[in-house]
Design a protein around this ligand. Sequence first.
Ligand code: NIG
Ligand code: FE
Length: 423
Amino acid sequence: MKDKQQKPIWIQNISQLVTLASDKKGPRVREEMRELAIIEGGSVWLEDGVIQDLGTTREMILKYLPRAEEAEIVDATGKIVTPGLIDPHTHVVFGGSREHEFEMRLEGASYMDIMNAGGGIHATTRKMRSLTEEHIFNQTTRRLDLFLQHGVTTLESKSGYGLDLENELKQLRVMQRLQNKHPMDIVPTFMGAHAVPEEYRENPEHFVNLVINEMIPAVVEEKLAKFIDVFCEVDVFTPEQAERILLAGKARGLIPKIHADEIEENQGAHVAARVGAISAEHLLKVSDEGIEELAKSGVIACLLPATALYLGEKPARARAIIDAGVPVAISTDCNPGSSPTISLPLVMNLACITMKMTPAESLCAATYNAACALQIEDYVGSIEIGKQADLVLWDVHNHQKLHYIFGVNHVKKVWKKGVKVVG
Ligand code: NIG
Ligand code: FE
């Protein structure tokens, strides 16, 4: 929102201003992911919520010295500035927690065993149904605060813990309220097909029909979501069901994305390609043919290395995926079961450590390519004149260090729409 009272912010002496600017439109692939367009000794002027100008500190002083008194000056000596991080895949709106399942898994139970026995997503669904909207709102607010403190200024948020019309709408309305009340930008996704709820266990087809015939129209009617997602997985939704649901959403204007080939190879990447999904998520078990399908159809791979680590699974084959020309984004998958973290910086470390992505690729995957996965790259995801002033100041003097030193929160300050929200 425009705030005329807000003083301009003038950041100077930035050891690396990591802009990710490029003339190329659309998600970055292969070596493009390593081109960060860094300005050494950079400076940026933020005004009226947008990036007004940028350049080297020397150039900017020549231009802006006459206006210096109007601005709040930030000396960024020895520090870097990047675009605000973007998390393109979260289940951040939930109540309760599942630490007892964590213990069960440590003792040998699998994620799917727990879910099939009525825990997992079902446990969080019972919470969503029993807790008040206010309670869910308050718990989520605290999580969003933490996300901001770790440099995330925009995130996607999925429903899928209601699994009935009333509670799916409740979860999505919490997102809408948070979008209006919290500095975080929230991009909502309808994921009514996150699990077959227990009351439909004997009749999954009836639930699929309910999603298609009742939930999608209601969500669209209230304009509560931009995307539609399905958990396409053995023992959850079949590829055929996933395709039907995604196409039904698409027919009503929702953009498809899909939880694909996470626990087992299940044709998820193929479904993504067939329905023209913007992204396919997880892909721990994607086949070589699946990767080719993604590349051919321009689907973005959204990889979630914290989830793989937390479930004790082998990481996704990021190198093969990037080499095939598939653009990669990365995300926390923040949820109470398979990835209870809000730290996208940790995920960036893991992208390097466990998936052998380079620091530059990882940063691109958590900013510009993540923006593309949410179709918001025209106003966020890189530091360019006219874009929204979502920036992070990090207490490291080069961008590699952000990835190299892990388990530390390097965030010094965060600006959202030109307003300081952290630091
Ligand atoms: O992306 N895989 C399905 N959904 C989430 C987990 C949700 C949960 O366990 O509550 C995921 O990992
Ligand atoms: Fe997920």
